[in-house]
Design a protein around this ligand. Structure first.
Ligand code: ADP
Length: 403
């Protein structure tokens, strides 16, 4: 079974075609700068990468991707018939979608209604779903939500202490994000621990450009650091993370900016970038810090400290844990970040094996805690696309059985 995974952002569309018998990627790429000047599409397959002219809008992007995949010269499939299903990443499923869902007109409408909560993403998802339906009307499509893994959070974790009437009326609450990644790594962790995922307690740290920490009890999310939007939580590449809301009012009044402008600032100009003044990229900030740049060092300290605090609070929430898992661009690749986050946590039962942490080979599951560490620490590379494809496959299999 071949599954096409579509991950649409406001001006980009990442795609992957997977052979789900072997769980192998056949081809993948990204349509970048959709609707902007110089859009282009990258296409990677069989160890090669090609670049094609890009698209004016999401519908055109989908059509171009499909044309590339079936191209006589460089295509990886002969016709659209070789695509058995399409899985779409959806950033915001709100309180409505508790699991991956087969897409029909009503589902598209509801995802569209949730656009207020994810104005850059949900409208793009809807455009892509409609475009796919137009081009391949008989191919089943599945929506996989970033938020659904977190719908198991108890009220006390997802509620903000605002007026209850406003929560009810406007659905203002914590939804979290990166759910597909947290779910993937806890399922992989269960395999490593040789346990049923229902018996696994873990703190999963997805640390990349955007980052979130999740407390998982019996395989289910019981708390997570991102909130109503991905702005809340730990310090990120360009996002401030947790902040006193009064800071918004201060900035509005001193910089003569609107609330929208300040929120854009907190999302795009803060975090590692804002504090260091160097870059939102962890590698660049680390290089600058190693070269003596004090602000870069401070930015890295803030990031590591904020992750440490979430780990500490989730240890309290879970009353201990089987394991801590690092994933995401920084979590998987930065030994410095992992060491800094976990330093001085011995009395809580966390001891890093520094040699293992330093010599760890990229791209594989690895235990990096010391033998005497009560809590195991793992690096587990995430694979959100594979998780999405697994969900899509399951739903399509059930659909076929019911026919
Ligand atoms: P996104 O949230 O956009 O998916 P990623 O998960 O790809 O982001 O993470 C991007 C971050 O990972 C960047 O800050 C980058 O510097 C960092 N990163 C990637 N590779 C390395 C590496 N080898 N060492 C340290 N940091 C890395």
């Amino acid at each position: 079974m071949n599954i096409l995974i579509v991950n649409a952002g406001s001006s980009s569309l990442k795609y992957q075609l997977l052979d789900m018998e072997k769980e192998k990627v056949i081809a993948k790429g990204n349509c970048e700068k959709i609707g902007l000047a110089d859009p282009f599409i990258s296409y990677k397959h069989s160890g090669k990468e090609e670049i094609f002219k890009g698209a004016k809008n999401h519908e055109e992007a989908i059509k171009k991707v499909l044309d590339i995949l079936v191209d006589k010269k460089n295509g990886v499939i002969k016709s659209f018939d070789e695509i058995n299903a399409i899985g779409h990443r959806v950033v915001m499923g709100g309180w409505i979608f508790k699991e991956s869902t087969l897409i029909d007109d009503k589902v598209i409408e509801e995802i569209d209604k949730l656009s207020e909560m994810a104005p850059l993403h949900n409208p793009a998802h809807v455009l892509c779903m409609r475009a796919c339906k137009k081009v391949m009307p008989s191919v089943p499509q599945v929506a996989v939500f970033d938020t659904s893994f977190h719908t198991t959070m108890p009220e006390k974790a997802y509620m903000y202490a605002i007026k209850y009437e406003d929560y009810e009326k406007y659905h203002i609450r914590r939804y979290g994000a990166h759910g597909t990644s947290h779910r993937y790594v806890v399922e992989e962790l269960a395999k490593v621990l040789k346990k049923d995922v229902k018996d696994v307690n873990a703190i999963t740290c997805h640390i990349g450009n955007g980052s979130s920490i999740t407390a998982i009890k019996n395989g289910k999310s019981v708390d997570t650091s991102m909130g109503l939007t991905p702005l809340q939580g730990v310090v990120m590449g360009t996002r401030s993370g947790d902040i006193d809301p009064t800071v918004v009012q201060f900035l509005c009044s001193h910089k003569k900016q609107t609330v929208d402008e300040v929120l854009t600032y907190l999302n795009k100009e803060c975090g590692l970038l804002g504090v260091s003044g160097v870059s939102s990229d962890h590698r660049e900030t680390t290089k600058a810090s190693d070269g003596g740049n004090k602000r870069a060092k401070l930015a890295l300290d803030l990031l590591a400290y904020s992750v440490k605090k979430y780990i500490g609070s989730y240890l309290a929430v879970l009353n201990g844990t089987d394991a801590i898992v690092f994933t995401g661009g920084i979590g998987e690749n930065s030994k410095e970040a992992r060491e800094q986050i976990l330093e001085n946590m011995e009395t809580l039962g966390i001891v890093l094996d520094k040699e293992k942490n330093n010599n760890f080979k990229r791209g594989q599951v690895e235990l990096i805690s010391a033998k005497n560490s009560k809590i195991k620490v793992y690096v587990i590379p995430t694979d959100e696309e594979l998780m999405m494809a697994r969900d899509t496959k399951e739903i399509v299999k059930k659909l076929k059985k019911s026919k």
